[in-house]
Design a protein around this ligand. Structure first.
Ligand SMILES: Cc1cc2nc3c(=O)[nH]c(=O)nc-3n(C[C@H](O)[C@H](O)[C@H](O)COP(=O)(O)OP(=O)(O)OC[C@H]3O[C@@H](n4cnc5c(N)ncnc54)[C@H](O)[C@@H]3O)c2cc1C
Length: 563
């Protein structure tokens, strides 16, 4: 697809925020949303800010001297081996709230010395050899959408650090329609991958909210979960085989639907977050494009009732592509933030009418919205809809029809742009997620919510905390929290306190520290491993990466790695 692609051919992205530099979330055109934010968060008069000037950001000087630079340039050429300010800045951080604070702050203490753009596996291998020879740590970089510090340019014990941007490795390597598999290079972005598959009548069905800017390799390296995980599975359910190139050698898992050949080495690579090597190719399980795709929304009288109904549907084995249960505050935010223009709640009000909702005792703030995605043949989607309707009716669910779901589907990749506008208005905006069994879900939800509200009280100002359940399993589900409050004088210290509060609340109440964002730097203190578990991971690391080149400081306990 892109044999001759250069870095300049890659889609431009905002270094200071989300997505395409020319796209904004038009908050100024949403008076209802602005009034809500003013009332609930004390957001003063809204003034959109111009983009920050990259020339005003100070980076530490690149430490890589000429002999090394010449060696890298000999291999890749100048265009694909960069140490200019713009490239180093674009690759200096991921997309977490503290990343964006740092980027907007004007001075970065750490930045990659070099940004490298390999085009194929052979070049990755040669680059790792060069990095080893010239004492350069390597940060594998897909779309850079990590929200846990996964692409932070730490050099560890090495003298320099290079960012290995893999987005030029984006070819379709093999397609086997009979077996429903396709093999791609790992740097391919979500839209290109789906475009390839769509042309031959298939889909992967993996749609994280970061879909437009994240890569296949990044999904595999973080054990990502897409919005349709209920129907298609998480990324690890979709991987049939993969290849990893590491300083210490290669891992190539066999291309077979299943095997009984000892422990699964592919399972070690999944979620390895760039700390073991570079994922270079992945064979994926495909699904024929569904003939029918529709979304429906329901309202329930409480989050508890909606969660109970959702659990019943999932445990009954009714085939759905997606299901999302918003708690009462999130349902209210969806009404209020979507209340202007042709968006979700506007359509909701138009199609159903406030009066009818009030008649059924559904009021914003006390109701819980459920979105359901149905896919398959017309008959399959129809019978799933009938089964869901029967179950939801038993829980007094009220069907709002297709409009809210259609709006959600149309806007789902646009919402991340809103965070940039809110940051401009000096709001702390962050999300975190966890998972637990059904029997512990309520305890975890209430405990975490209480911890956030207590933290609001401690800092002497209010805020908003919302939650949804969006990845469901027969045995349990994930909880995804969003938090907004006003920034204080030292926003990074404020965030540090917030992160510690919520992470402790999650693990103390039996939640996992991450369901799909990964560990990176930010979750490392909360990944509690037994000594033997640390030992196993350390031994794998030392085998594949004996000199500690790969993504220093992330995921793995430092002392085990070194010993
Ligand atoms: C607005 C927004 C929405 C998001 N929504 C979701 C969501 O719905 N579901 C979800 O799961 N996540 C989500 N995320 C988190 C993030 O998009 C995922 O973690 C994604 O999988 C990262 O992919 P990436 O290509 O951007 O990887 P990067 O951010 O570039 O890297 C992530 C980690 O993987 C490593 N890595 C990347 N490529 C390779 C490779 N080829 N080989 C080895 N290691 C590699 C990196 O070193 C790093 O440790 C979201 C993030 C944002 C900012």
């Amino acid at each position: 697809m892109s044999e001759r692609k250069e870095p300049k051919d890659l889609a431009a992205t905002k270094w200071w925020g989300w997505g395409h530099p020319a796209v904004r979330y038009e908050l100024a055109r949403k008076p209802r949303a602005l009034a809500f934010l003013a009332q609930r968060l004390g957001m003063r008069e809204y003034r959109p800010l111009p983009p920050p000037d990259p020339a005003q950001v100070t980076l530490p000087a690149s430490t890589l001297g000429h002999p090394a630079l010449t060696a890298f340039r000999r291999l890749l050429g100048e265009e694909r081996c960069r140490n200019d300010h713009a490239e180093r800045l674009c690759h200096a951080r991921g997309k977490s709230y503290p990343d964006l604070l740092a980027l907007r702050g004007g001075t970065l203490a750490e930045a990659p010395d070099l940004v490298l753009y390999p085009r194929e596996e052979g070049e990755v291998e040669s680059l790792l050899e060069l990095c080893e020879r010239h004492d350069v740590a390597v940060v594998p970089y897909g779309g850079g959408t990590s929200v846990v510090g996964g692409v932070h340019p730490a050099r560890g014990a090495r003298g320099h650090v290079a960012c290995l941007d893999l987005r030029l490795c984006d070819r379709l390597l093999a397609l086997d329609p009979l077996s429903h598999t396709a093999t791609f290079e790992a740097g391919i972005l979500g839209p290109s991958l789906e475009q390839w598959l769509g042309q031959v009548g298939f889909t992967l069905g993996h749609f994280p909210q970061s879909f437009e800017y994240s890569t296949l390799g990044g999904w595999v390296a973080t054990r990502s979960a897409g919005q349709h995980s209920l129907g298609y599975g998480r990324i690890e359910d979709l991987v049939v085989a993969l290849g990893l190139t590491a300083p210490g050698g290669k891992i190539t898992t066999p291309l077979a639907p299943a095997r009984s050949c000892g422990p699964d080495l592919g399972g070690l690579v999944l979620g390895s977050e760039g700390t073991l090597g570079v994922i270079t190719n992945v064979t994926l399980r495909l699904t024929p494009l569904p003939a029918e795709q529709r979304y429906l929304a329901w309202l329930f009288h409480s989050f508890d009732e909606a969660v109970a109904a959702a659990r019943e549907v999932v445990q009954a084995g009714i085939h759905l592509a997606m299901l999302r249960v918003s708690d009462e505050p999130e349902t209210e935010v969806m009404f209020e933030l979507g209340g202007d223009g042709g968006t979700l709640s506007r359509r909701l009000y138009l199609s159903v009418g406030r009066g009818i909702l009030a008649l059924h005792r559904f009021t914003p703030g006390t109701s819980s919205m459920v979105l359901v995605g149905l896919e398959g043949s017309r008959e399959e989607a129809g019978s799933a809809e009938a089964a869901v309707s029967r179950c939801f009716s038993r829980h007094a669910g009220f069907c709002l029809g297709a409009s809210p779901g259609r709006s959600w589907a149309a806007e789902r990749f646009h919402l991340p742009y809103l965070r940039d506008e809110l940051l401009d208005q000096h709001l702390l905006v962050d999300t975190f997620e966890t998972a637990t069994t059904w029997s512990n879900l309520d305890r975890l939800y209430r405990g975490v919510r209480l911890a956030v509200e207590t933290w609001f009280d401690r800092q002497g100002q209010g805020g908003l905390v919302t939650c949804h359940v969006s990845h469901l399993y027969r045995t349990g589900a994930s909880l995804y929290f969003s938090v907004m409050t006003r920034q204080q004088d030292n926003p990074l210290a404020q965030w540090g306190e917030f992160k510690q509060t919520v992470s402790q609340a999650v693990v103390e109440r039996g939640g996992v520290i991450s369901h799909h964002h990964g560990i990176g730097l930010d979750h490392k203190p909360y990944l509690h491993l037994q000594p033997a578990e640390r030992g196993v991971l350390g031994a794998v690391k030392r085998t594949l990466d004996p000199d500690g080149l790969m993504n220093p400081g992330k995921l793995l306990p430092t002392e085990e790695v070194a010993s």
